[in-house]
Design a protein around this ligand. Structure first.
Ligand SMILES: [Zn+2]
Length: 364
């Protein structure tokens, strides 16, 4: 598993480098073909080609979902090489989430032994743009998820105990722009309508959209406006980070933002944006899937935990489509997107074993 991980880490694959991603995709396709997978590339003009691998077997497939892109630029290996120390494997993109891909390969291998026949159909989808918002892969992910009995996401586990992620917040942003009327602050103060003052009043309204109990937060993090102290400001704008815990609050929050109206009739308020990644809710389906995973982990001799996290993954989309989704089945380690990114090697086999057990045990 370590040498396979080494190969994947040493094939660098930043989200914006199509050639590098296609190179890694080709290598992965060969590895999956060796264990009986049927390869299909979803060719992209600008993004890297997304890799789909189908394994024949009875029943509805289980979708193993991951990404092969990383946040690390080409050449990062020079200063942050793949290395093993104190039971950990270091290197760019190993934890997030190339080790998860390795575990998937080994889980499928194990399931094929000794008769080279799988207990059920499996689809693997490895996208190339998860770290930059999944624009070009979203439709493919959705279409494959809808055909599947469940989605198992190969993203890193949470914390040193390797908890699965059964709830993630939905994340997005709003841009509110105010158009005022410029005027000389000394000669014609009454002819002007200050966009800055109007925006200040809007901010006090926006603040009230937050609802802690419902898990709705808004943060007007960046404000811009005006040009000179002696000019009544003609323009002002705010960028707001917005997060929700429940699907239905996407519409609630959107309605609030879209209903913003200017206090001063001479000003105009424009709103754009929205919640781009829906929340992964701990629905009944998610809870049932976790209970199954916990039982299977118990048989392998460990107590599997669950966690709720603030960030999102492609699992948020599949869960929002109503497909049972379990996230965080990938590697145990630490430092995603950080230079000390590392994987606990001893955890890899049993997580591959859990993945294999889940694939054969999920009903449907
Ligand atoms: Zn990731």
């Amino acid at each position: 598993m370590v040498s396979c991980l080494r190969r994947l880490v040493e094939t660098e694959s930043p989200s914006h480098d199509k050639a590098a991603l296609d190179h890694l995709g080709q290598y992965l396709a060969e590895e999956f073909a060796k264990i009986g997978g049927r390869i299909k590339f979803h060719k992209q003009e600008h993004a890297g080609n997304h890799l789909q691998v189908d394994f024949r077997g009875p029943g509805k497939p289980v979708l193993l979902l991951g990404h092969m892109d990383t946040v690390w630029d080409l050449g990062t290996l020079a200063s942050m090489p793949f290395r093993v120390a104190s039971g950990r494997a270091f290197g760019p993109g190993g934890f997030d989430m190339k080790a998860g891909i390795v575990q998937a390969i080994y889980a499928i291998r194990a399931l094929r032994e000794p008769v080279e026949r799988l207990p059920r159909a499996i689809t693997v989808l490895l996208v190339t743009d998860e770290e930059i918002g999944s624009q070009s892969s979203l439709q493919i992910t959705g279409a494959l998820a809808t055909k599947s009995a469940a989605v198992l996401v190969l993203e890193p586990a949470q914390g040193p105990q390797g908890a699965l992620k059964t709830s993630r917040k939905g994340v997005g942003g709003y841009h509110v722009k105010v158009q005022g009327q410029e005027a000389h602050s000394g000669l014609d103060p009454d002819k002007g309508a200050s966009a800055v003052l109007e925006l200040a009043r809007q901010l006090l309204v926006i603040e009230k959209f937050a609802d802690r109990k419902r898990g709705v937060t808004v943060n007007p993090g960046v404000v811009r406006g005006g040009t000179r102290t002696n000019v009544v400001a003609g323009e002002a704008a705010v960028e707001v980070d917005a997060r929700v815990s429940r699907l239905k609050d996407i519409a609630y929050l959107d309605k609030k933002f879209r209903s913003l109206k200017a206090f001063d009739k001479r000003c105009k308020v424009e709103v754009s944006g929205g919640i781009g990644r829906p929340p992964l809710e701990r629905s009944k389906q998610v809870a049932e899937l976790f209970t199954l995973a916990q039982r299977l982990a118990g048989k392998l001799g460990w107590k599997l935990e669950e966690a709720s996290v603030g960030g999102g993954s492609d699992g948020n989309f599949t869960a929002a489509l109503g497909i049972p989704t379990l996230d965080g089945l990938g590697a145990v380690g630490e430092g995603a997107h950080a230079r000390h990114e590392s994987v606990v090697i001893a955890e890899m086999p049993r997580r591959a074993a859990l993945l294999a057990r889940l694939v054969e045990s999920i009903p449907g």
